[in-house]
Ligand binder design. Structure first.
Ligand code: NAP
Ligand code: G3H
Length: 494
């Protein structure tokens, strides 16, 4: 059903009012596969006046979409979910090609997205508000009844990152539209065609014109323009802290109150492994946590704070697992769990972090080699606190081990990070686990398991430079993308 849309080397349009259009700029940008440099397709480089017209069309669509009955919205989301289930193989192949995600993870991204869209349809229809009576408050009788409803905000500018082009775009779309907002989606340049496919899916599912528009082009041109557009009621951004700070600066230059801002940003998630932990469980979780999709996940475990009494034992276990499971190869091969990183610039940055750590006496436990974008699963022991790798986010398959004497030191180092996304603690003592969880300055703490955003009904938010606002978790995102509207009925003569 989607075969008509995906063609190798195609020039994809931008989406306005359910029409795929070419930009008057006559310019396009390339989507190149990180696997082998194959051209996946081209996307339009829109002009700012085209972006302006597209945002205005989303605003116009809002006036009718906000009044659409919930059962119609639910039907459209359910249909979109079904279309995805029916086209799993095609979408999976596109994700693999565009962002080099290994087959099993790409397939998981597709199925998870179909489930997510269906789940949001159900969750949205449960958001019906509440009724309050005034007698709850001291010195009042039942003279007043408040009907508290959740109403949409308007046009939401949604900006997803490259690493989950399908699954990070989807909640940004459905969280907004199920609650009556309209969406302008600005996909990442890498992974952009996968995000465009969602536009075709919702068009086929019967979403009315303008409820989902998609703009493409140079972020420095259309990104800055869209972010500061006065018709944008909210910005739902997921990406690096650097881009978020840039967006913040762009907004500060404007002459209006800030729109709603939801920011899901970078992380430096620490896994704290204590001497009373189940070493096998910790090693299995940390291997997957660090090297799934070559570490290109915001929730990847990006440093291990390891109690030195068990360090050698733990590292032997971890190395064995990693050497067996995380062998580099072509992500199309179903037996391969690790492919190349997203681009050359990122590969060079990752390598520079490794070299810096080694120059400061880190010891290579495994990996360490790079060929172009292909980087081996790399574990470095004895990473010193003056290494960049102890603090910066590599977004690659590199895991620094920092040995610590005790749990206090571990918490201290974990909290010194500028980031605060997730952390995990491995221990068999539940009291210690809760004590550590309480002290860690992060949005989510995992006890005896790897860091992870899902399941997608759980809240997911960062603190410090990892962001703010509830950007995930169906109920919480829908709450974020709506505001309260209260109508009070006053009884006469009471
Ligand atoms: P990125 O470079 O910051 O890009 C994120 C998005 O912002 C892309 O769509 C990008 O488009 C767009 N963008 C760039 N400049 C912009 C501008 N001036 N105005 C508007 N939009 C602009 O991040 P990334 O490399 O795609 O993703 C990796 C980062 O995201 C990591 O730091 C990771 O930890 C973080 N992340 C966080 C979460 C979370 O939920 N906390 C989830 C996933 C990823 P272009 O591609 O065209 O530049
Ligand atoms: O990259 C950031 C994603 O939100 C992580 O999601 O934990 O499901 O891989 P995940």
């Amino acid at each position: 059903m989607l075969d008509h849309f995906i063609k190798k080397g195609k020039k994809y349009g931008y989406l306005k009012d359910n029409h795929w259009l070419e930009s008057s700029s006559g310019e396009v940008m390339l989507s190149i596969s990180p696997i082998n440099n194959e051209i996946v397709g081209y996307m339009q480089k829109m002009t700012t006046s085209e972006v302006d017209e597209t945002i205005k069309s989303s605003k116009l669509a809002f006036s009718s979409w906000k009044n659409q009955p919930m059962n119609i919205r639910v039907q459209i989301l359910k249909k979109a979910s079904r279309i995805i289930f029916d086209n799993t193989a095609l979408i999976t192949a596109l994700i693999i090609k565009e962002i080099a995600k290994p087959y099993n993870e790409a397939l998981d991204e597709v199925i998870r997205t179909a489930d997510l869209i269906s789940f949001y349809a159900d969750e949205g229809s449960r958001m019906i508000g509440e009724v309050l009576t005034s007698d709850l408050f001291p010195r009042y009788t039942k003279s007043k009844t408040a009907i508290v409803e959740r109403v949409p905000l308007g046009v939401i500018l949604s900006i997803p990152p490259f690493n989950y082009p399908f699954n990070e775009s989807a909640p940004k779309i459905v969280g907004a539209i199920i609650s009556g907002n309209t969406v302008v989606l600005k996909p990442p340049s890498q992974g952009g065609i996968t995000a465009l496919l969602l536009g075709e899916i919702f068009k086929l599912a019967g979403l009315p014109d303008g409820v989902l528009n998609i703009i493409t082009g140079d972020s420095s041109v259309i990104g800055d323009f869209a972010v500061s557009h006065t018709d944008i009621a909210g910005i739902n951004f997921t990406g690096s802290t650097k881009t978020a700070l840039h967006i913040q600066k762009t907004l500060e230059k404007g002459n209006r109150l800030l729109p709603l801002l939801l920011m899901g940003l970078g992380g430096k998630d620490a896994a704290i492994v204590l001497e009373d932990s189940d070493i096998k469980n910790a090693a299995l979780n940390i291997a997957d946590g660090a090297f799934t999709y070559s570490g290109q996940r915001c929730t990847a475990i990006k440093r291990v704070l390891l109690q030195d009494t068990i360090a050698d034992l733990f590292l032997r276990e971890l190395k064995n697992i990693v050497l067996k499971k995380y062998i580099l190869g072509n992500p199309n091969d179903k037996s391969i769990n690790m492919g190349p990183v997203i681009n050359d610039k990122q590969a060079e940055y990752i390598e520079s972090l490794v070299n810096d750590a080694i120059s400061k006496k880190a010891v290579v436990i495994c990996g360490g080699q790079r060929s172009g974008r292909y980087i081996e699963a790399t574990i470095l022991d004895h990473v010193s606190l003056d290494s960049k790798l102890a603090w910066e986010e590599p977004f690659g398959p590199v895991l620094p081990i920092i040995r610590v004497k005790n749990v206090t030191d571990a918490i201290d180092i974990a909290n010194k990070s500028e980031y605060g996304l997730q952390s995990s603690v491995f221990t068999s003592n539940i009291d210690t686990a809760f004590e550590v969880a309480e002290k860690l300055e992060v949005g989510v703490v995992q006890i005896n398991g790897k860091d992870s955003r899902g399941p997608d009904n759980f809240p997911f938010n960062g603190v410090k430079n990892s962001g703010y606002g509830n950007i995930q978790g169906a109920k919480y995102l829908i709450e974020s993308l709506t505001k309260l509207k209260t109508t009070v009925v006053n009884k006469i003569n009471v």
